[in-house]
Design a protein around this ligand. Sequence first.
Ligand SMILES: [Zn+2]
Length: 539
Amino acid sequence: MPKYKAAEYIRLSYTDDKSNESDSVGNQRKLIENFIAHNPDIEVVAEKIDDGYSGILFDRPAFKEMMQDITDGKINCVIVKDLSRLGREYIETGRYLRRVFPAYGVRFIAINDNIDTARDSSGDDLAVSVKNIMNEAYCRDISIKTRSSLDIKRRNGDFVGAFTVYGYLKSEDNHNRLEIDPYAANIVRTIFRMRLEGSSASYIAGELNRLCVLSPLEYKKNKGLPYAKGGYTDKESCKWSATTIIRMLQDEVYTGVLAQGKQSTPHYKLKTLEQHPASEWIRVPDAHEPIIERRDFELVQRLRHVDTRTAPQKGTVYLFSGILICGCCGSRMTRKTNRSGGKEYNYYYCPTGKKHGCKNPVMLKESELMECVRVSLKGHIDNVASLEALLSGVDQQRINQQLASEYTEQIRENERQLEKVSEFKSRLYENLVQGILTKEEFAMFKGKYTAEAEKLKAAIAALKDKLTDVMENRSERNRWMAHFTQFSTLEALDRKVIIQLIQSITVIGKKELSIQFNYDNEYSKALSVLTEAELRKVG
Ligand SMILES: [Zn+2]
C-alpha cells in the first residue's frame, strides 16, 4: 500500500510564453508521472490544474481545492514540477512550506528543484533553499526563453521575449504580438512630451517619483507580470531614474518597431550578456501599434544634440541666477566674471566642482547661454501663439476635463497602492509571530512600508490640490497662454521674461541644455485637445 496519497499540482501562468513547451500542462503532468513511476510509496489521487494564474497570489481555485483536500485528510502529499509552480512570492510560499504543509503532515516535492520534505526535515535549511531556489527558478525561466533560437518568429515581427517593454503587454489572443497597456502607455507619452517640452531626464524622473507613479519594475511586480532583471530599472531604489528615462526615450519600440536579438547569453548561469551590433538586430517596422509618433521620436533624438555655441553677445547681469542647474550633480550654478585684455567675460559654473564630487562640472559662457535660451524661448512662444490661434474654436472645458480625469486616475492608482501597502503592513506581525520573518526583517519591512505609505499620502494630497486647481480654473480660459504671447515680439532676454516663462534650465553638458518652461502641463493638454479635435475633423 502506498504511504502517500498525492495531488499533482500544475500551474500555467497567463504570462508564461506558450511557446515554452516545458511549462505546458502536458509536460508538467508527464514529468510528475515519470517521477511517481519511480516512487512506489506515492499514489496520485488528484490532479489540480490552475491554468492562467499568476504565481504571486494564492487565491487560485485549484490550489484552494487542494488545500481543502489537505484539511479533509484526503491527501498528504503535494507534487509540483518546480517550486515556482507553487508560488513565486517568497514570504507566502515559505509559509506554506514551513508552516502549513508541516502542520498537516504533508510531504511536499518539487521535482526539478530537488526538494522533498520527507527527505530534508530541517525547516531552516529549507528556508534558505527556498530563497535560493526562488531565484534559481526565476533565472531558469529567463534563460529558457531567451536562449531559444526563434529567429524566424523574430523576422515575422513576432514578439518572442519573455518580458514586454513598459507600455506594452502581450496580446491575449496572440502571445507573439504586443498590445498597448493603456495606463503605462500614457506614462510613456507623458515622458516623451515632457522631454519635447524641454524637461531633463532627471527632472522627469523626479516628477514621476514625486507623484508616486510606479517605476516600470514596480509596476510589473505590482501587476504580477514577469520582469527582467536589468531591464528599465534602477536596481538600487526601484524608483524612476534619469537612466531609465533616457533608455526609454531612445527605445524605438514605442514607434511600432520591433528590434530583437540585441543580446544573448551562452548559458543562464553566466552573467555576461553578449551584445550584438545594431546591424545584426532583427528589426521589423509596424510590428505593433505605436505609442509615440515617429516625428516626435526623432525630435527627441535630435534634442540630445542641441548646440549652444553661438555668436557672443553682451550679457545682462545675473540673468540665470537660481534657475540654472548643473545636470550632473543638481547644484544651482554660480556666476563669475573673468577680466582679460580689458574685457569682461561672464560664466556660469558648477560650485560643487570635481573637488566635491561633481563628475562633470561644466562651465558656460553667459553670452552663449543667452543666445541659446533666447532662440528656444522664442520658438516656444511662437508655438504657444499658434496653439492659441488654433484652439480658439476648441472648448477649454475639454482641456480641464482631461486634466481632471488624469489626476483622478492617478489619485485612484495611488490609493490602490496605499491600500496594498497597508495590507502588507498589517500582515507583517503575523509573519513575525509565525517565525517566517526574523525581528530584523520585520523591522526593516515595517519601516519600508511606513515610509512608502507616507510618501503615497503626500502624493495623493498634492494631486488633490492640482485637481482642485483645475476644477476652479474652469472659467479662466487659457489665461496661461497670455503669459507667453505677451512676449511675442521678444528680442532680448531680461530677468522678468526668464522668471515668468522658465521653470529651470538644466545644463546637461557643454552642448546640451534642457529647458523646463512654465505651464508645461497646460501646454501639453492644449496640444492633445487640438490633436483630438483635428482627428475628429478627419474622421
Ligand atoms: Zn555639478
